[in-house]
Design a protein around this ligand. Sequence first.
Ligand SMILES: [Mg+2]
Length: 234
Amino acid sequence: MKRVLILVRVRAVIFDLDNVLYDEQEYIKAAYRNVAIFLSERCCFREEQIYQKLLDDFQKKTSLYPHLFDDLLTDLGLDKQLISDVLKIFSNATVNLELYPGAENLLNELKQQKIRLGLVTNGNVETQRNKVRLLGIEKYFDTILYARELGRENEKPDPEVYRIALQALKANPEEAICVGDNPHTDFIGAKKIGIRTVRLLRGEFKNVRLSAEYEADLEVRNFGELSKIIAKNN
Ligand SMILES: [Mg+2]
């Protein structure tokens, strides 16, 4: 069934973080390097071997797979207890992160138009908080929601986190647009409660195609196209 876009003035835009506002690879590479250094001092594998293995495993399993580091410890023959240290190192990496080109302009532009902005992100809360801090983007958002704080069952695609975001942004679903990159998680829940969805074709899921219910209402390749869509509705 083809969804019909209802043209209502946009009052709120809810962004996803990873691969929407910045390139997640930049964070992952630096954080994996730190993990590799830490583990190489505790086993017979070299830092470079561990780093490459992490990159390969990530490529194969994608960011949707939750046990990458557990598997790594097993594969390296290391004590599973090290997982808490590894997660700490990964979550607290100091990386020189930058927003995608045009992101800052877009966020400023939307703020000037008095559009309220939300950020909704899945994943380890400590890691996501660290990324937000490294990017220095708190100032742009009226609300930032770390979905896992509500419990894993309320992470995207569950609609609950969007309901909370809408409440914080004082917007009805039809007045909001949700921008994401990952069709597994970013659109189906938002669509269920009537939020319009836009997919940025970027990052590790760029070429992934799922059934219609998982896909966004619209697709764009960059922030210029997104800005035009919002302007057209306003
Ligand atoms: Mg994402």
